[in-house]
Write a protein that binds this ligand. Structure first.
Ligand code: CUA
Length: 297
């Protein structure tokens, strides 16, 4: 869409550039100094005909360009009538929640979408103003409290698209990232089915123990793990945390070491974030919790 507009403007620019250059070359040639010439060519001052011509021509060109420009500008924000699905993206200090109202699922910091489909995004904020930006897929849209902004995206190729909060929203604004994972229709359907089925029950004894410990901790007051005692909505939904490549809103790799460090004292990694430190957790309990989180795929 933007590319078409850019190309159209470029054709006009090339046309004008060529016309002006040719005219210049012609004038230089036509009025070149000739042998035996005594006077300069006749000098004129002011020409109503010329003035009108070079005012009217740009007006016509700009009017022609204004139509597709305005259409494209609005078209990138207002979702077309034939969108395939809707995702509600909510900014939080400092992470992103993604709700799929049609599929009745929620995830965080990683939005999974089917490739080639038009996705309407409803953009909101829970606290301060953020800005939702996936440079490879669309322009920025502000996430404003008590207001729903709209935009739409379509990923033409499968893969990871990186997103970043683009409006200063507090200390950890820079560390407020997300990803859009575009997958095939079949993979997407499977992903939805997995999410709708709820979080996987752990089988590994350490992870089973981890689930028990986690459900006795404050974790469940802030986080949701679908189908368990964890039903909080203050922090990101963790139902599939084990499958996400990164944690802490896209800032560190999802490794055992990093998960342990984050659960124990996330304040050393992302100071000011709303998650309290759990420095009194025993090492073996921490290992169990992390094993459980990693089992959530
Ligand atoms: Cu959220 Cu910057």
């Amino acid at each position: 869409m933007q590319l078409d507009l850019l190309q159209l403007s470029m054709y006009f620019a090339i046309g004008i550039g060529a016309a002006v250059s040719l005219l210049l070359i012609f004038v230089v040639w036509k009025f070149r100094e000739r042998p035996g010439q005594k006077n300069n060519p006749e000098q004129i001052h002011g020409s109503t005909k010329l003035e009108i011509a070079w005012t009217l021509i740009p007006i016509v060109i700009l009017t022609i360009l204004a139509v597709p420009t305005v259409k494209t500008a609005f078209g990138t924000y207002v979702a077309p009538a034939d969108v395939d699905m809707t995702v509600k993206a909510t900014g939080n200090q400092w992470w992103f929640a993604f709700e799929y109202p049609g599929e009745k699922i929620t995830t965080a910091n990683e939005m999974v979408i089917p490739v080639g489909k038009k996705i309407k995004l409803e953009i909101e904020s829970k606290d301060v103003i953020h800005s939702f930006w996936i440079p490879k897929l669309a322009g920025k849209t502000d996430m404003i409290p008590n207001r729903t902004n709209e935009m739409w995206i379509q990923a033409d190729e499968a893969g990871m698209y990186y997103g970043q909060c683009a409006e200063y929203c507090g200390t950890q604004h820079a560390k407020m990232r997300f990803r859009v994972k575009a997958v095939s229709e079949a993979e997407w359907q499977q992903w939805v089915k997995d999410r709708q089925a709820g979080a996987k029950a752990p089988t590994d004894p350490l992870a089973v123990k981890g689930k028990e410990i986690l459900e006795k901790q404050a974790c469940i007051g802030c986080h949701t793990i679908d189908g368990t005692a964890a039903k909080g909505t203050v922090g990101p939904n963790l139902s599939n945390i084990g499958s996400r490549p990164t944690i802490a809103a896209g800032i560190i790799d999802n490794t055992t070491e990093n998960l342990k460090a984050w659960v124990k004292n996330s304040q050393t990694i992302k100071p000011g974030n709303k998650m309290p430190a759990f420095t009194s957790l025993k090492d073996e309990d921490l290992d169990a919790i992390v094993a459980y989180l990693q089992s959530l795929k």
